[in-house]
Design a protein around this ligand. Structure first.
Ligand code: PBG
Length: 325
């Protein structure tokens, strides 16, 4: 048998204690970030048709989703908002009375030990559904959008966000948001940049959930092409230079190679975002009995960590954390 040391290792690992001792990568509740969709109104908890198991919550009912998560060990949340109005410049993104800002104030007062991250983008707030100000030609005007994003980020910081997460993919937004936050006295509010965000089909269910599907065209003009790994890395590293504090890789499962390459190129913490489409692939397969859900969930999230992402944004956060307990 000494001729087969690798096989001997696998045999020995049939012992659960040793298996556990030798696990190189694990996933724990503290690694998980739960996205939450906040909507207007009072007393609302309404299931999202395109994402079974995920709901829209009005501010007052947020404890019903936050407390069970926190009890299971998930302490960080990423907020998306459904505003009460939309206009071409998405001005509701920086209106302090809109759902995300109200949620941030409510939660930071009530739960001092949870970590609040605000998604910073214009697409949920613009009438046309694109991620920024449109030029007359109908394409997004990069530079005109930077000011809007900066205002949104400052408004989220003022409401209590510990970090803001720009997901729009404009060039220069990290530097612009950093300068705006510093100028307003929020130098300790960090920026999680969606640094490697691909133009992906896997955001489909989210766009229904957030009401953010573009009214015309698509986002290929500003999101990254899945076919171009070198360009993706180059683009992501620019966010490091601009002052990002953490980087998101998205969609996580299809981008494990990107996560692995990026983690060799930067020491900033990386976050994998298991997006709505990945959630639905898994959710549907589990509900059809095609997968052993418990094992599949642990394996999928562990794989994202193995690729180099310390943290994972996932709609399964509470469910997985309970399972890990
Ligand atoms: C906003 C944004 C999107 C997602 C996160 N932030 C949608 C998009 O880019 O179209 C997708 C998240 C998911 O699919 O779960 N720009």
């Amino acid at each position: 048998m000494s001729r087969f040391p690798a096989l001997r290792m696998r045999r020995m690992r049939e012992n659960p204690t040793l298996r556990n001792m030798l696990a190189e990568v694990t996933v724990e509740p503290r690694h998980l970030i739960l996205p939450i969709f906040v909507c207007p109104g009072e007393g609302v908890s309404s299931p999202i048709a395109s994402m079974p198991g995920v709901s829209h919550w009005s501010v007052g009912r947020l404890p019903e989703v936050v407390e069970p998560a926190a009890e299971a060990g998930v302490k960080a949340f990423l907020f998306f908002g459904l505003p009460t109005y939309k206009d071409p410049d998405g001005t509701s993104a920086f209106d302090p009375e809109q759902p995300v800002q109200r949620a941030l104030r409510f939660l930071s007062e009530r739960y001092p030990d949870i970590f609040l991250i605000a998604d910073t983008c214009m697409c949920e707030y613009t009438s046309h559904g694109h991620c920024g100000h449109l030029s007359p030609s109908g394409s997004v005007d990069n530079d005109a959008t930077l000011g809007l994003l900066s205002k949104a980020a400052v408004s989220q910081a003022r409401a209590g966000a510990h970090m803001v997460a720009p997901s729009d993919m404009m060039d220069g937004r990290v530097a612009a948001i950093r300068a705006a936050l510093d100028a307003e006295g929020f130098s300790s509010v960090g920026i999680i940049s969606y640094a490697a965000k691909l133009a992906s089909a896997f955001y489909g269910p989210f766009r229904d959930a957030a009401g953010s599907a573009p009214q015309f065209g698509d986002r290929r003009g500003y999101q990254l092409p899945p076919s171009n790994p070198k360009e993706i890395i180059r683009d992501a590293l620019m966010d490091v230079d601009e002052g990002a504090d953490m980087l998101i890789v998205k969609p996580a499962g299809p981008c494990l190679d990107i996560a692995s390459k990026l983690s060799a190129r930067t020491d900033l913490p990386l976050i994998g975002y298991m997006v709505s489409g990945e959630y639905m692939m898994m959710r549907s397969a589990i509900s059809q009995g095609a997968l052993d859900g418990d094992r599949a969930l642990v394996e999928y999230h562990t794989s994202i960590r193995r690729a180099g992402c310390g943290l994972v944004i996932t709609y399964f956060a509470t469910e997985l954390a309970r399972l890990l307990a």
